[in-house]
Design a protein around this ligand. Sequence first.
Ligand code: FAD
Ligand code: FES
Length: 335
Amino acid sequence: MAEITIDGEPSSFSCAAGDTLLQGGLRAGLGMPYECSVGACGSCKFELLSGAVETLWNEAPGLSPRDIKKGRRLACQSKALGDCLIKTHLADSSKPFFIPTKHTVRLQQVANVTHDMRQFSFAGAGAAEFLPGQYALLSLPGVPGVRAYSLSNIANPDGTWEFIVRRVPGGRGTTCLFEQIVPGDEIVLDGPYGLAHARPEIPRDVVCLAGGSGLAPMLSIARGLSAATAWTGNVHFFYGARTAADCCSEPLLQALPAFGSRLFSHTIVSDPDGKLPWDGPVGYVHDLALRTLDKEPASYEYYMAGPPAMIQAVIDTLCVEHAVPPQQIHFDRFF
Ligand SMILES: Cc1cc2nc3c(=O)[nH]c(=O)nc-3n(C[C@H](O)[C@H](O)[C@H](O)COP(=O)(O)OP(=O)(O)OC[C@H]3O[C@@H](n4cnc5c(N)ncnc54)[C@H](O)[C@@H]3O)c2cc1C
Ligand code: FES
């Protein structure tokens, strides 16, 4: 255990030997700043004022050459080698609702969602506790670091954790999931993490924008909001697929009781290749949303997940062109 003191804050925390500073801080219930947990976004930057840390991934893209020159580090890629004094800015909005915990889980079932996306169901002991839209970090055999995957189901007492993963050609984590592990195998799952979770306390109608494997957290949010008794709004679900063969959201949403009454599904294809017939809309997911929604864009709450370029395009369109307040937009970038 190392004792981590945060300069200028009343809080300090004990960090277990296997944990990064980010994991240690969140496990202590602190509002550590973060987004991806995997070294890519740069949100967890801190300064080491005294003590020593081990850097897990030296090439992590979350630090620019300027950050490195200024001595900044990533809390999600730093393990303490002893007691440390660090400088970071805690935020109440980052405080975990459920404290992230490590679980040993067993792969139960694998099902094809499309030609390159599969659903993986894991079972663990005890309840699976998370908010719709959150993710977990999976430690996969032979894969350096951890991989972030969003939960596609909702919290349940049975201990079921479900993910929808798109295979990345040459990717180490997805190759392990698609080719190596089989039902019955155990892995370590650490979670929940993530701040782009459903907020049923906000009464506004919801727009979910999902690109590719961004389907998983949006499905979880649609499931969570349609099951929430105190939330009575509508969910407008927009799925952006590359080709007709990648379309997969509709049958999953149709299975939800709110489908057609409070949950409305729309799909758009960006690059119809003619291999399968497609007579639906062509273009990007946010264009379809803006063409379809019948109220002012600023009257909705937005959740979205997908590649960083998609997220940036949506933020630019919503905030700059349609004056949607940034606090109404919640997103996870899938690095
Ligand atoms: C918050 C979040 C949620 C996500 N949810 C989903 C989801 O629901 N479904 C889905 O299909 N994808 C999701 N992703 C993407 C997923 O985490 C992987 O990036 C993707 O599956 C490719 O992984 P790979 O190991 O196959 O590819 P690789 O190219 O081997 O690795 C890609 C990622 O792993 C990390 N990484 C690479 N090398 C190292 C290293 N040496 N040490 C530490 N980390 C390293 C990097 O962050 C990199 O982005 C999510 C990503 C984030 C950030
Ligand atoms: S949270 Fe550490 S780089 Fe994203």
